[in-house]
Each structure stands twice: as C-alpha cells, then as structure tokens.
Design a binder for this molecule. Sequence first.
Ligand code: HEC
Length: 211
Amino acid sequence: MLTLAERVNNCVMHPHNGRPLPLDSREMVAFLSYLKWINGATGGRAHFKGEKNLEVQFPSVAADPQRGRQLYAANCARCHGADGEGIMRGDKSTYAYPPLWGPNSYQPGSSMHRIIKEAQWLKANMPYDKATWEKPFLTDAEALDLAAFINDDRQHSRPTVKNFDYPNIGEKSIDYDRGPFVDHFSEQQHKFGPYNDIIAEWRKKGMRPVW
Ligand code: HEC
C-alpha cells in the first residue's frame, strides 16, 4: 500500500530516472492537485489524454521494428524528432515533446519499454493531435510495430538501470524482455512476440499471464 505521493515518486525514479521529491514539496502538491483536478474536471466519466490504455489484439507474427521505423518517420518524427530526441520548450525548462530513446528517455524495464504495454498506450494517445481514446489512429499491428521500433535496444540506447529483478517471476509480464522466465520461450519472443503461444502455454499450465 502506497500513498499517491509515494506512487508519484515511484514514477519519478522509474521510468524517469529522477530523484524522489520531498512528499510535502511544492512540486509534489502540484502533482497531487493536478490529479485531483483531472478527476473533478472529467466528472470521473469522460475520456482524457493519457488515461487508461486500450486493449490490442495480438497478430500471429512478431512485432516488426522495420515496419515500425517507416511508421515512425511518417507519423511521429515531426514531434519526437527524426532520431527520437524530442523537442525542448523554447525556455529549455523541459521537453514540449518527450524523447523516446537516448539519454533523457524512459528507462529499460519500465512499462513503456514493454511492447504490448506501449502499444496499448499508443493506440489510445498517439499521434497526440490525431488519436483519442474513443477514436484511435493506429491499428493494433501498427501500434505494436511502432513500439517494437522505439524499444529495439539493438538500435536505440536508454539510461541504464541496475536492477531488473522481478520479486516473483510467475507475475512477470509476458512482454518483459529480461529472463529468467517460468517458461522456455526466448527473451526475443517475450519482447517482440508472437505472444499467443506464450499466453496459451501459461493458461494450459493453469497460470495467469499478465501484460
Ligand atoms: C503533435 C505532436 C506529436 C505527435 C505527432 C506524436 N506525439 Fe508522442 N507525444 C507527444 C506529447 C506532447 C507527448 C507527452 C504527452 C504527455 O506527457 O501527456 C508524447 C508522448 C509520447 C510517448 C510517451 C513518452 C514517455 O516518456 O512516456 C510515446 C511513447 C510517444 N509519444 C510515441 C509517439 C508515437 C509512436 C507517435 C507516432 C505514431 C507519436 N508519439 C506522435 C506529441 C506527439
């Protein structure tokens, strides 16, 4: 059990690589006020940017970083930069458009770094000016291919983390890309799919796969 302020600090530290804020700091109060305001402003009903992910259907083939690269150039580079570097605000205080890989991007091991999780989020939210929760822009396969391209560590680097441990590997998300796993599937397949075989095997063994 955590307080909301502690949960905010979890995200500051991981995926965002920052130092935790004092719980009574001005910045923390601002975060908590904003979250409270979002709930009030939407009456707890309407959909808003950045909220709950959408489900995606898994194709029978692995997600394809090469197709993702083309989709990225056509739909994403204008805000996130040709090399994923993002765009700073004019006053350099922070990013107007966040970097998607490189030294200031989210960490490996974070939810955004998982391909299914990121695809679900992309479907509901990106491109920022075109997608809404009610009316996604990307198809499921496109969202998965884009997430595969962005999160392909063979071509993109990120800040490093020391600890990839999962307290209980039976609860490890199936698209987490670091072993050990409770099954025999490779890290490559866990990362890029196809996921349906993994899900089927877990269910056959009476385990509950999560992603
Ligand atoms: C019109 C500008 C714009 C376009 C085009 C756009 N984005 Fe974004 N993107 C944003 C903004 C703004 C944010 C930050 C949203 C926020 O923090 O609420 C963001 C956030 C993200 C994040 C989260 C980064 C993080 O650190 O959590 C990802 C991933 C992402 N975009 C991927 C994409 C992909 C993939 C595309 C193309 C399909 C795309 N974006 C197109 C503006 C854009």
